[in-house]
Design a protein around this ligand. Structure first.
Ligand code: BG6
Length: 498
C-alpha cells in the first residue's frame, strides 16, 4: 500500500472564485470584488466609483493593486465582476458537497471570505450570519466524512482595510487579521482541524492585498514581514485553541531547471528560487530570516519596520506543514532573449522537453516528484499538495464533457506522487486538485479556463444555468480516490453518463 491510509484526497477552491453571494448575509466588499472579468487577450481591470464620483479604472497589472490609497469606492452596477456570483457555491453548497462526496473525496479545501466575517475588517464583533454560513458548510462536509481544509486568506481582504488602512503596509492589519483568524478558529474548532494561513504567500505582495500604489522591494518585504507575523501569531494562537490543529503555510511552488551545465545557470537557479520562493518557506518553516535575505535588504538600504518581540513570534509560530500549489516548472538561464511561455503567476522560460497547455503553462509530472524531494530534503516537514490541475477549454456536447486530456494529466501526476511516497519516502499528507468544480480563473477572471471534474454551465459574462454536469474525468478521479491511489489504471472505461 503506497498511499497512507489517512491520505487526504480532495479538491480545492477559493471564496472569491467559487462562493459568490457577495452582498448577502451581511458580507462586506472585498478588494477582489472590484476586479472585472477578462480573458487571454484582455487583462482584468480594477474599476471603482470613487467617493467624489470619479471613475477609477486601471489594468490589474502583475505588479500590484492599483487602487489608490485612501480611495473609498463602490462597484458599478453595469459592470460584471466575477467574484460577485462566482459559481454560486453560496446557494449550491449542499449539492456540490454531495457531488464531491460521491466522487470519493476525503478533504475539501475552501477559503473563508474575511469580509463575510468582518464586513469592514476593523469591527470588534463578527457577523453572525457569515459565521453561520461556514458552520453549515463544514457540518455538511462532516455528514459525508469530508475533512475541511480551510485557507484563512486566499488573496482577499476587506476592501475597507485595503482602502482605509493601506492594507498590509499597515501593522494594524496584523491585529485585525489575528482577530479574524482566532474568531474563526474558536468558532470552528470542533469542525475544522486543518488550516492554511495565506494562499501563495510568496506572491501575495504583488496581489490585491497591499492597497498601495508604490511597489518596490521595500514594500514587498515590509508587506511580507506583516503577513509573516500575522501567520505566526495565528499558528501560536491556533495551537492554544486546540493543540491538535494542523496549521500550514501555502506557497506557489516555482522550480527552475538550470538550462545548461554552465555553473552560472545553476547560480541563477539559486537566485531565482530565493527571490520567488525560498525566503517565504525559510521564514515560516524555520522561523527566522535567512542570511541571504538579510544581506539583500542591507545591500538595498532597506530597514524593515519591526518591533521588539517580532523575532520570537516568528520563531514560535513555525508552521506544522508545508502546502503548495504546483502547475508548471521553468528554466534558469543567463541567456538573453530566452523564449518565454505562460506560467502560474509569473511567466516561465520554455523547456523544449515539455508540452504547453492551452495557456502555455508547461505540464511537468516528473517535476512534481522532483519538487517533493527537493522540499522534503530541505525542510524535513510534512508536505501537502493543495493545488494542482489542468486549465483547459472544455466542450459540452450532448450533455457530456469528454476530457481525456485531463485524465491523462492526473494519471501522470498521480504516478509521480506515488513514486515520491513509495520509492523516495517523502511524507505527503494529501492532495487537493485545483478547481475541483469549475470556477472563475484567477488570472483571467474568465470561465473558459476550466479545471474541474464537474462542469458548471456558465460563460465568461456570468450567463448560464449554473447547472453542475459530471465530466468524464469525474469517473477516473472517483476510481483513484476510492481505491486510495492503488488503482491508477487509465485504460478502463469510466462511464459517468450511464
Ligand atoms: C493559483 C491560485 O495561483 O493558481 C488560484 O491559488 C488560481 O487562486 C490557480 O486559480 C490557477 O490559476 P488560474 O489563473 O488559472 O486561475
Amino acid at each position: 500500500m503506497s498511499f497512507p491510509q489517512n491520505f487526504l484526497w480532495g479538491g480545492a477552491t477559493s471564496a472569491h472564485q467559487f462562493e459568490g453571494g457577495y452582498d448577502q448575509g451581511g458580507r462586506g466588499l472585498a478588494n477582489t470584488d472590484f476586479l472585472t472579468s477578462g480573458n487571454r487577450k484582455n487583462p482584468r481591470r480594477i474599476t471603482l466609483r470613487l467617493e467624489n464620483g470619479e471613475r477609477y479604472d486601471a489594468v490589474k497589472s502583475f505588479h500590484g493593486i492599483t487602487i489608490p490609497d485612501n480611495a473609498v469606492g463602490q462597484v458599478y452596477e453595469d459592470t460584471y465582476y466575477p467574484s460577485h456570483q462566482a459559481v454560486d457555491f453560496y446557494h449550491h453548497y449542499r449539492e456540490d458537497i454531495k457531488l464531491l462526496a460521491d466522487m470519493g473525496i476525503r478533504c475539501f479545501r475552501m477559503s473563508v471570505s474575511w469580509s463575510r466575517i468582518f464586513p469592514k475588517g476593523d469591527e470588534a464583533e463578527p457577523n453572525e450570519e457569515g459565521l453561520k454560513f461556514y458552520e453549515d458548510v463544514f457540518e455538511e462536509c462532516h455528514r459525508y466524512g469530508i475533512e475541511p481544509l480551510v485557507t484563512i486568506c486566499h488573496f482577499d481582504i476587506p476592501a475597507f482595510i485595503s482602502q482605509t488602512y493601506g492594507g498590509w503596509m499597515n501593522r494594524k492589519t496584523v491585529d485585525m487579521f489575528v482577530h479574524y483568524s482566532t474568531t474563526i478558529m474558536n468558532r470552528y474548532k470542533d469542525l475544522v482541524r486543518y488550516w492554511l494561513t495565506f494562499n501563495e504567500v510568496n506572491i501575495l505582495d504583488d496581489y490585491e492585498c497591499t492597497g498601495t500604489t508604490e511597489h518596490g522591494m521595500a514594500v514587498k518585504y515590509q508587506v511580507h514581514h506583516h503577513i509573516f507575523l500575522a501567520s505566526a501569531r495565528t499558528v501560536i494562537e491556533g495551537h492554544k485553541i486546540d493543540p491538535d490543529f494542523r496549521i500550514g503555510m501555502m506557497e506557489a511552488n516555482f522550480y527552475w531547471y538550470p538550462e545548461t551545465c554552465n555553473p552560472v545557470d545553476s547560480l541563477r537557479r539559486i537566485e531565482l528560487s530565493r527571490e520567488w520562493r525560498d525566503y517565504a518557506i525559510d521564514i515560516q518553516v524555520r522561523g527566522y530570516y535567512p542570511n541571504y535575505l538579510k544581506k539583500l535588504l542591507e545591500r538595498n538600504h532597506i530597514s524593515l519596520k519591526t518591533e521588539p518581540g517580532d523575532e520570537e513570534i516568528l520563531k514560535e509560530g513555525k508552521v506544522d506543514f508545508l502546502g503548495f500549489s504546483y502547475y508548471n516548472t521553468s528554466v534558469a538561464t543567463t541567456r538573453l532573449n530566452a523564449e518565454e511561455t505562460g506560467g502560474n503567476v509569473i511567466s516561465a522560460v520554455r523547456n523544449p522537453y515539455l508540452k504547453d497547455s492551452e495557456w502555455g503553462w508547461q505540464t511537468d509530472p516528473v517535476g512534481l516528484r522532483v519538487i517533493l524531494n527537493d522540499l522534503y530534503d530541505k525542510y524535513q516537514i510534512p508536505l501537502f499538495i493543495v493545488e494542482n490541475g489542468l486549465g483547459a477549454v472544455d466542450r459540452l456536447e450532448d450533455g457530456k464533457v469528454i476530457d481525456d486530456y485531463r485524465i491523462n494529466y492526473f494519471h501522470d501526476h498521480f504516478a509521480q506522487l506515488k513514486d515520491a511516497i513509495e520509492l523516495d519516502g517523502v511524507p505527503v499528507m494529501g492532495y487537493t486538485s485545483w478547481g475541483v468544480i469549475d470556477l472563475v480563473s484567477n488570472s483571467g477572471g474568465e470561465m473558459d479556463k476550466r479545471y474541474g471534474f464537474i462542469y458548471v454551465d456558465m460563460d465568461n459574462e456570468g450567463n448560464g444555468t449554473k447547472k453542475r454536469i459530471l465530466k468524464k474525468s469525474y469517473g477516473y478521479i472517483k476510481q483513484v480516490y476510492e481505491s486510495n491511489g492503488s488503482d491508477l489504471d487509465i485504460r478502463k472505461e469510466y462511464n459517468v453518463y450511464e
